[in-house]
Design a protein around this ligand. Structure first.
Ligand code: NAD
Ligand code: SER
Length: 314
């Protein structure tokens, strides 16, 4: 990330954007958060932008002299299954728009996140390697995998400095998640404090890779700050912190709220979760740009509960 770059963030009203915008401002950037929806309390310099509107995106890049784009706008896995064509368009057409703008205007850097959803039922489930079988069976996963290939293509053929992380399921207290399969790991904290019971849409034994939001934000900034010559992956880096099942997160919450209970009503998201890895090998990220997570399940649980108690006035 360049000192005092003009930065456009798309999808800034979402779970990651709500926290990344603040973090980018702290590292001295002039940040223009944008989203298709106007938030109740829009952040400074907010711009309304539908990422399918190529003309408007180009105007914004020119008008605000944008040098870096953090392209977060997307339709997540569960919502994507409800509207596959919308997910295809939003998740892929916009990636090509961003990459074309980066090439045309010689942008300094772009960040386009990917996901553990690029993996599928035939992928090795434990310690999933950086390069392995990818046979996603959700439209979200298909779009993210195709997007990764376009990132690599634009880097190699057009010289675009595009960087990407395959985020695991992200857990944060500042916003609610936006329609993914890993959302249960956020919802469970809210219900634990509000009602003492959670009805989980994922089976009790399904382990997924997860990460606490402060680690995800720090990983993003650290990847963007790494010298290009140290990076060996131009598609998207595997990234890991912890893995847990609904049963294990329940036990972690019960250390703070002993009466907390959970029941299970698996729905279509359970099948999606079962098609994804249980744990991730992120040794390339650790080697290339010294990635180290800070939060494990117990540390995240303690922090989530204490922050949410304050927010909810409990
Ligand atoms: P989110 O669903 O919380 O936010 C996405 C935002 O995009 C929303 O504010 C939505 O209004 C906006 N958006 C949707 N369609 C748009 C359009 N046409 N134009 C402009 N904005 C539009 O998602 P998030 O969790 O913040 O994820 C951000 C990125 O990170 C996505 O690319 C997602 O695939 C990726 N990711 C997230 C997770 C996770 O667990 N949250 C995990 C892996 C990857
Ligand atoms: N956490 C996201 C989801 O569940 C995966 O990228 O959709």
């Amino acid at each position: 990330m360049n000192k005092r770059s003009n930065v456009l963030v798309t999808g800034a009203g979402g779970q990651i954007g709500a926290e990344l915008v603040e973090a980018l401002r702290k590292v001295n950037n002039i940040v223009y958060p944008s989203d298709i929806s106007i938030p109740d309390n829009p952040p400074d310099h907010f711009l309304q932008l539908d990422v399918l509107d190529k003309k408007r995106m180009k105007e914004i890049v020119q008008e605000y002299k944008i040098e870096e784009i953090f392209h977060l706008a997307a339709i997540l896995s569960a919502k994507g299954e409800e509207n596959p064509m919308l997910a295809w368009r939003v998740n892929l057409e916009s990636v090509l728009t961003v990459l074309e703008l980066a090439a045309e205007f010689k942008l300094f850097k772009v960040f386009i996140p990917s996901s553990i959803a690029i993996f599928g039922p035939s992928t090795p489930k434990i310690n999933t390697p950086q390069n392995t079988v990818t046979d996603p069976d959700t439209v979200y996963g298909i779009t993210k995998l195709t997007g990764e290939r376009w990132c690599s293509y634009y880097h190699q053929k057009r010289g675009v400095d595009v960087r990407s992380l395959r985020y695991p399921g992200l857990v944060g207290y500042k916003t609610l998640p936006g329609g993914g399969t890993t959302d249960y790991a956020v919802d469970i904290f809210h219900k634990a404090l509000e009602t003492g019971h959670y009805d989980c849409f994922i089976g009790e034994d399904v382990a997924m890779p997860m990460m606490y939001m402060p680690d995800a934000i720090r990983a993003t900034i650290e990847l963007l700050q790494a010298p290009q010559e140290q990076l060996t992956v131009d598609s998207s880096y595997n990234l890991a912190a912890m893995s847990f099942t609904p049963k294990q997160i329940t036990e972690a919450i019960q250390k703070h709220i002993p009466d907390f209970t959970i029941s299970y009503q698996p729905d279509f998201r359970d099948q999606i979760a079962r098609s994804w890895p249980s744990s991730i090998d992120d040794s390339s990220a650790r080697k290339d740009w010294n990635w180290q997570p800070e939060y494990d399940l117990d540390k995240m649980t303690a922090d989530m509960l204490s922050r949410l108690k304050t927010i909810k006035g409990l």
